[in-house]
Write a protein that binds this ligand. Sequence first.
Ligand code: ATP
Length: 202
Amino acid sequence: MKIGLTGGIGSGKSTVASLFEACGAVLFDADAVSRELTAAGGAAVALIAEAFGTGVVTPEGALDRAAMRRRVFGDEAQRRRLEGILHPLIAQRREQVMARAAGRSVVFDIPLLTESPAWRQRVDRIVVVDCLEATQVARVVARSGLTEDEVRRIMASQASRAQRRAVADAVIFNEGLDLQELDGEVRHLWAHWQACETMLRL
Ligand code: ATP
């Protein structure tokens, strides 16, 4: 079973992903894959340099994210060009993870799943981690050092809570739960979906 996991910034996606992993799922972390591909020596860096010039590569050989952001900001053609490089590499990683999973369920942690029809089509079920916007802001400010305004700007650029819930097969409301309670929610959903899979195979 392919489970798509999403939620707004600071909702608790990574925490929930680890809890699914503890249940026995194989994890595909889209952000981690993108970071790896664009880190020094990453498979995407040479291709990006070829397409955009060395101005978007740091002296250490990693993607210069700030420079790249400036290039693609408001420029649809450039953004598509970058995606044309990254998407096939991400697809390769996805196939590798699926092969390694050998039939076990895979959890795809995709922050922008709601915004991506292609990703939504690739998964069998979608679980959304949801919480109040004030909680998102408090968690991200505490963790990242971003200001409240910066966090709210990021939130405004992402899908709304209602848009995410509209594509969800299940919602985990990560509000007022301690980690043990959150773990209970994840285990419950995991057991339910595994049982559904078994029934479908009968
Ligand atoms: P991002 O989109 O920024 O990557 P995320 O959605 O993956 O964030 P996490 O990194 O899982 O969110 O959680 C954000 C922060 O909130 C972390 O510091 C995490 O430990 C904390 N957190 C998440 N859920 C809970 C909870 N139920 N109780 C206490 N802390 C929590």
